[in-house]
Design a protein around this ligand. Structure first.
Ligand code: NAP
Length: 466
């Protein structure tokens, strides 16, 4: 038999997930000199691109242009997309082992971390991830309801997701109308009564996770003023010492911008956006109808932890803020996949450099790999997934060299398609997706918008005649 990875005997690869990590793995595989790999990508939704479509803020359209590269990769004749096919429901690991030599899990982080405080589950307290998925038109979240009838909202956490959420709450209908935000969300936000948004960081400005372009952008909002409090943006001694010891121009610039916001005077804009530091929520208080009406906060001070990082320590100073809506934005969290080893505490697939590890033997599971957030945790920007996926593909290639791959009974490409079709006749191909994409963009163009998203799976299937 000819060697694996050649024209007559292509390497068969299944990729679960279709976000950035999945596509950078495709790119790395397609770049291998002399390798013939036939790649099938699965997604439980009919649409590809994962968080680029359903996570990136709608007022950050430029970031979404990475999909041009992904689209180019997908037009390779040795690539197929099987959308609307759910791993664990329509296809299992055991099934895939019958058709592929290698399986790569790139399912991202589909849940969120909790704050662990009383009142967190009151009706108007939500994970930020839900709000993000809702305004981005994710089919699973289109029916979510957020009570925007209050005047004050708080977002807990000072990462890029938190700042996205707080900014979207502060945008005008005109600003939102220029985006690809779901129509129902634009409508709901048009009627929003929220006038003040608090972004709450437990540590200081030098430790804030959000990045500089996001901080700068806040000063450019059409009808919202941004403020910080002078005493909260002055660096404490420990932060000053840290910066003096290890100067980072990006952090210095960020602190400067945040300090400049403390000098802002109200300019008459309708909304106010406060970034607070050194505060932690300790309880969300109900109005008696299971609705948040107030948040108890404790003020923090920074202390040096055993690892040398500066962490927040509660003082005895407390404060209450009246808020009717709360979003926790303290990090995404990966979810386990059926029959795939998972590290509960780290919320990632158990792996070493992308090779999935058997928890009992501590040895790699032959032919199984992972990349992206479900491999390393929810950190970094879209581009961070590129080297991450390259590392995994390098491991896949090294194992192929050693002959350490699965031995599928039916490696022929047609068999896999027949099998998928038998489990999910309504699978969506990449050509189908391009039809959905075209319609969305055409409908957007009529209104001067980037696209009008179709947000129901049923409607998407109707567009492609399934
Ligand atoms: P993140 O960057 O890890 O930020 C999480 C934030 O939550 C931090 O401020 C963290 O504070 C805080 N936090 C954690 N536990 C907390 C607690 N118990 N109480 C209060 N605060 C708590 O996560 P993310 O914002 O979800 O973003 C995920 C990744 O996606 C990041 O790498 C981000 O840069 C990226 N992203 C990028 C963009 C963009 O490029 N525009 C947009 C969205 C997301 P501590 O630092 O004190 O732990």
């Amino acid at each position: 038999m000819t060697s694996l990875g050649t024209e007559s005997n292509p390497l068969r690869v299944a990729i679960i997930g279709s976000g950035p990590a999945a596509f950078y793995a495709v790119e790395a595989l397609q770049k291998q000199t002399g390798l013939v790999a036939q790649i099938d990508m699965f997604d439980r939704l009919p649409t590809p691109y994962g968080l680029v479509r359903y996570g990136v803020a709608p007022d950050h359209q430029k970031i979404k242009s990475v999909t041009k590269l992904y689209e180019k990769l997908a037009t390779n004749p040795r690539f197929r997309f099987f959308g609307n096919v759910e791993f664990g429901k329509h296809v299992t690991v055991a099934d895939l082992r019958q058709y592929y030599h290698q399986i790569l899990y790139a399912t991202g982080a589909q849940s969120d971390r909790r704050m662990g405080i009383p009142g967190e589950d009151l009706n108007s307290s939500h994970p930020a991830t839900e709000f993000v998925a809702w305004y981005n038109g994710h089919p699973d979240y289109r029916d979510c309801k957020f009570d925007l009838s209050c005047e004050r909202a708080a977002v807990v956490g000072v990462g890029n997701v938190a700042i996205d959420v707080a900014r979207i709450l502060s945008r005008t209908p005109k600003e939102l109308q220029a985006t690809d935000m779901a129509d129902y969300a634009i409508e709901a936000l048009r009627n929003s009564k929220v006038k003040e948004v608090y972004l709450l960081g437990r540590r200081g400005p030098a430790q804030a996770a959000f990045t500089n372009p996001e901080v700068k952008e806040l000063a450019e909002m059409e009808d919202a003023d941004v403020f910080t409090l002078p005493n909260e943006v002055q660096l404490d001694e420990l932060s000053q010492a840290e910066i003096a010891h290890d100067p980072d121009p990006l952090i210095q610039k960020k602190v400067e911008m945040l300090q400049s916001y403390a000098q802002h005077q109200p300019s008459g804009k309708a909304r106010r956006f406060y970034i607070r530091f050194l505060v932690s929520p300790t309880e969300l208080v109900s109005d008696g109808n299971n609705h948040v009406t107030r948040m108890h906060l404790v003020h923090n001070t920074l202390v040096k932890s055993e690892t040398g990082t500066l962490s927040a320590q509660a003082t005895d100073k407390t404060e209450d803020i009246d808020v009717g809506l709360v979003f926790r934005s303290v990090g995404y969290r990966g979810l386990p996949l059926p029959d795939v080893p998972f590290h509960e505490r780290w919320a990632v697939i158990l792996n070493e450099g992308g090779r999935v590890i058997n928890p009992d033997t501590k040895q790699p599971r032959v032919g199984e790999y992972t990349s992206g957030w479900i491999k390393r945790g929810p950190s970094g920007v879209i581009g961070t997934n590129k080297p991450d996926s390259v590392e995994t593909v390098n491991a896949m290639m090294a194992d192929l060299q050693k002959g350490s791959v699965l031995s599928p009974e039916h490696p022929e490409v047609d068999y896999a398609e027949e099998f998928v079709s038998s489990r999910q006749p309504k699978y969506v191909t990449f050509a189908d997706w391009l039809k959905i994409d075209k319609l969305e963009v055409e409908n957007g163009a009529k209104l001067g918008r980037p696209r009008v998203k179709i947000t129901s799976v049923e409607e998407m299937l109707k567009v492609v005649g399934k």
